[in-house]
Design a protein around this ligand. Structure first.
Ligand SMILES: Cc1cc2nc3c(=O)[nH]c(=O)nc-3n(C[C@H](O)[C@H](O)[C@H](O)COP(=O)(O)OP(=O)(O)OC[C@H]3O[C@@H](n4cnc5c(N)ncnc54)[C@H](O)[C@@H]3O)c2cc1C
Length: 402
């Protein structure tokens, strides 16, 4: 009967002996690379995922999309992703619920205002809609937020970025997987990479929990686990892994039509289409691969939320969770080839801000693999920047505001 028919989103496939491209990591990045490769006709591709698709940070993030970064390189890169997200539902034939409700970063000190002004100017220069606004306009946008001068850290101004917003993160993952599969990619959940073979300075194979496969190109798209996977190929990455936590409240009548970020209070808040408040903070200050959530995080984030929205004091918390994040020293990603190992491509260092970059990283890394040329938009993020003294410092725009 037609109403009982369940088409699988992707097929269960056997492992082949050889793939042109093996992508390790079945999150938004690995699946987007696979999809854009297949769109360019490169279809002998496998995506290896050790658990279920989207079970890493892609299924645990707070789904904020924006491009109001601090450096020209960052703004250009993330802006391309916002534009790809704008047409993603149509391109993939699947509603990813991208709500461009706007993004507001509050300033509670004079020096924070200076920082936001710099960002606004860089954003404007790069053609991104972003400006510093004062208390009157903030109250108009978010009437429920406490802007009184008696607050512990009164809000003095904010960076307003209208194109920012939130998305349905798991829909993005499933849609990329479905379309990649349709185009012939082997999407292989529950298949862990446990070794990477090298021959004469090139990658040659990947050992998996389901057997060995030969590979022309191997992509590391494993986010929080990227340094352990790079070690399989004999490479040390300048990456440390930290937990990042979030929690969600019971659903409320819609009242918050904007993403709110306060770096001073170390908290950010958005309201989903279902009415729940999604609340998060900065990374935990210790390195760990644990995805356990903690009471101190919940207590401090809830307290800071109440400093901004005292009227939420009776709201109940539904659940909390954690994911792990691959942090780089400059809070920018690492993308591209690794000198000395032909065919080993990095798409890592996504820290607390990589979900929004899935489409652009996927598209441009696929282009690099298909053409052998590094697209200019990802060139500044090569691993060589760490020894060529040209970091892309984004901490001011990426530490709390994911
Ligand atoms: C709580 C939280 C909130 C966040 N909020 C935001 C936000 O609002 N906006 C934003 O842009 N970003 C946010 N992020 C960051 C974002 O989620 C990540 O940067 C992004 O999802 C990384 O995607 P990915 O595909 O590279 O990695 P992942 O989704 O983590 O996928 C990597 C996959 O690799 C798999 N894997 C690891 N090792 C192996 C192996 N040996 N073999 C096979 N598979 C392997 C893992 O199981 C995992 O599924 C947040 C993260 C967290 C945890």
């Amino acid at each position: 009967m037609w109403w009982m028919r369940h088409d699988r989103m992707w097929k269960t496939r056997e492992l082949k002996d050889r793939y042109d491209v093996v992508i390790i990591g079945g999150g938004v990045h690995g699946l987007a690379i696979a999809y854009y490769l297949a769109k360019q006709g490169v279809t002998n591709v496998a995506v290896l995922e050790k658990g279920y698709l989207g079970g890493g940070a892609s299924g645990r993030n707070t789904a904020i999309i924006r491009s109001n970064y601090r450096t020209p390189e960052g703004v250009t890169f993330y802006d391309e992703s916002v534009k790809l997200y704008e047409s993603l539902s149509i391109d993939l034939g699947y509603n990813v619920f991208f709500s461009q409700i706007g993004h507001l970063t509050t300033a509670h000190t004079e020096s924070a205002i200076t920082g936001l002004r710099v960002r606004a100017e860089v954003n404007k220069l790069m053609g991104v809609d972003s400006r510093v606004i004062g208390p009157a306009e903030i109250t108009e946008l978010v009437p429920s937020m406490d802007l009184s001068p008696h607050a512990r850290y009164p809000i003095l101004a904010a960076l307003y970025h209208p194109p920012g917003g939130i998305i349905r993160h798991d829909a993005v993952v499933w849609a990329y997987a479905r379309e990649a599969d349709k185009l012939g990619v082997s999407v292989l959940p529950f298949t862990e990479a446990i070794g990477i073979g090298r021959n004469n300075g090139s990658v040659s194979s990947v050992q998996t929990t389901r057997g060995e496969i030969k590979a022309g190109t191997v992509v590391n798209a494993t986010a929080g686990f990227c340094s352990t996977v790079a070690k399989l190929a004999g490479i040390e990455l300048p990456v440390t892994t930290h937990p990042l936590q979030a929690f969600v409240t019971e659903p409320l009548t819609p009242f918050l039509n904007c993403v709110i970020v306060s770096s001073t209070l170390h908290v950010y808040i958005s309201q989903t289409d279902r009415g729940e408040l999604v609340i998060g903070s900065e990374i935990d200050p210790y390195t760990s691969y644990s995805s356990r959530s903690t009471l101190p995080f919940l207590e401090s984030s809830a307290a800071h939320t109440l400093e901004l929205f005292p009227s939420l004091r009776h709201v109940k918390v539904l659940r909390q969770w954690a994911g792990i994040c691959d942090m780089t020293p400059d809070y920018s990603p690492i993308m591209g080839e690794v000198p000395g190992i032909k065919g080993f491509i990095l798409d890592v260092g996504w820290g607390t801000y990589g979900f929004k970059a899935g489409p652009v990283a996927g598209k441009r890394i696929a282009e690099l693999i298909a053409t052998g040329k590094t697209p200019s938009v990802i060139e500044p993020f090569s691993i060589t920047r760490f020894w060529e003294d040209r970091l892309v410092g984004e901490k001011a725009a990426a530490a709390v505001s994911h």
